[in-house]
Design a protein around this ligand. Sequence first.
Ligand code: ZN
Length: 329
Amino acid sequence: MNFSDAFGQEQVIDYLKTVIKKGTIGHAYAFDGSPGIGKTLIALAFAKILLCKKMGTEPCDQCSSCLKFNHHNHPDVHIIEPDGNSIKNKQIEDFQHELMRKPYESQKKIFIIKKANEMSVSAQNRLLKTLEEPPKYAVIILISSNVNGFLPTIKSRCQVLKFKRVGERKIGEMLEKNYGLSQKEAKMLAVFSNGIVGNALKLMESQEFKDNRDKIIEIIEKLLSGDQFSAFQMADFFVTNKEQFEEYLDIMIFWFRDLLILRETGSEELLINQDKKTKIQMQLDTVEYDRISNIIAVIEKTKTDIKANVNFQLSIEMMLLNIPGGMKW
Ligand SMILES: [Zn+2]
């Protein structure tokens, strides 16, 4: 667990390294950014350096502290995770007791609070007291996916470090280099990752994602060729996979986007679905050019509607009505 294990967050890492070098380590940080972007990983790497006996800007990976850290049994690191949906008052109380005990073997004592932005107001108020007057040795890192979920009083007592999304190209290159993926697959996963490295890695390992992507593409193919039954298959598919509707609607959007791009530019270079070029070429003649952008807009609207709690099944059926070869009644 070192800074070098993180990907694409150079700005945050450079900042933390400067802080370590200057010895101006704060008592409270909020690491803010999308889930999967590397906040906890960097928090742990930061903690490891702060605890390392060599006290450099990198952990030595040899001292007793680094070894304990690597074995997940360092007594001066505490990770607090939600008990159920959110961090409970009781957990904050326990944390406060622990905080008052001096570090066992290091200069610092590190607390990493996960999903901190989902804490209830009363838990946050309790935490506030600690942030107002933390002991000298304490470093508290709040992990958050939405810094606006904090009370302003909490926010103002933390240094907020923003974790930004990474460019698709960079993620693609990393997948090729570090995981030996083909350029085609790396590019496709990078686009679906939305600039979040954790998403790319999750998708890479998910056979379910690959199978379902194939299934969706197959149904689109049938839809476009006028197979009436496939619309019902598609509706069923979405009902079964309701939880991941956004991901699967994206698969559809990217597919039609590729049709549009290939039609407009004739260039296969720009396609997202690099591994399915032949299929895309074959479908080009089955759908009218003018309709493609309309279809993309319909799928986008379906996404927005479902997020706004419009009836799920109705939204999907409305969408299928608007795809050529889709539902007709
Ligand atoms: Zn060390």
